[in-house]
Ligand binder design. Structure first.
Ligand code: PGA
Length: 251
């Protein structure tokens, strides 16, 4: 059985005070959510405070990125996987489309970051997804397949226990245009098939695949009914604790 995961990607929002107060409000709102794992991903500067204030609760904390370089070194502006772990995180989001589009992430850097994260005991939430033009050209599956093959290249079966995939069609992110549950299910099934080609069916059937792209309290239920949708990666609708809690408590 795959335990659902509801993750909130705070992107570059919230100063420290707001980050902590959102996390604290969320604690009681999701305290009874035993049906799923709850993850929030604040900005780097808020990770430690949010992790401290949510310690002992059922909220896990994730970073939104980490360095590809695993070791200490002269890498100005970078934050390593070990530092993310040290700040109290259990997870890290990698290869988000905004990072791929605007900050130079490639399948190759996503692969290095994923390995760096797993090596220190973090879980990697690896994002994949096609652009609108790619979907319209009929190449959505090929794009997602190559993101998976290259992004997860060289991972062992044991490594896959530390992987969560997030399918986020770029055309659905922040646009209010959610993929229909059927469109999302179709791609999730394709992702699982691809994972099974790499690591075999029993591994593939255990990997959680989250959907992301304009998930809201009123559409999460229908998405979660799909057999291969194991959770959601939420952007806009996660910034407000009550709205995010409604998504967590979709059941
Ligand atoms: P959105 O963002 O929910 O605002 O579409 C999702 C994401 O970018 O992870």
């Amino acid at each position: 059985m795959r335990k659902p995961v509801i993750a909130g990607n705070w992107k570059m929002y919230k100063l420290l005070g707001d980050a902590v107060s959102t996390a604290v409000s969320l604690k009681s709102l999701v305290a009874n959510a035993n049906h799923c794992e709850v993850i929030i991903a604040p900005v780097f500067t808020a990770l430690k405070s949010v992790a401290d204030r949510t310690e002992g609760s059922n909220i896990r904390v994730a970073a939104q990125n980490c360095a590809a370089e695993p070791n200490f070194g002269a890498h100005t502006g970078e934050v390593s996987a070990a530092m993310v772990k040290d700040a109290g995180c259990s997870d890290v989001i990698l290869g988000h489309s905004e990072r791929r589009q605007f900050y130079g992430d490639t399948d190759e850097t996503v692969n290095k970051k994923t390995k760096a994260a797993i090596a220190v005991g973090l879980r990697a939430i690896v994002c994949v997804g096609e652009m609108l033009s790619e979907r319209e050209a009929g190449s959505a599956e090929n794009i997602v397949k190559s993101q998976l093959l290259n992004g997860l290249e060289g991972l062992t079966v044991a490594d896959t226990e530390r992987i969560i995939i997030a399918y986020e069609p770029v055309w659905a992110i922040g646009t209010g245009k959610t993929a229909t549950p059927e469109q999302a299910q179709e791609m999730h099934a394709f992702i699982r098939k691809t994972l099974s080609e790499i690591h075999g069916e029993s591994v593939a059937s255990g990997i959680r695949i989250l959907y992301g792209g304009s998930v809201k309290p009123d559409n999460v239920g229908a998405l979660m009914e799909q057999p291969d949708i194991d959770g959601a990666l939420v952007g806009g609708a996660c910034l407000d604790a009550e709205s995010f809690a409604k998504i967590v408590n979709y059941k």
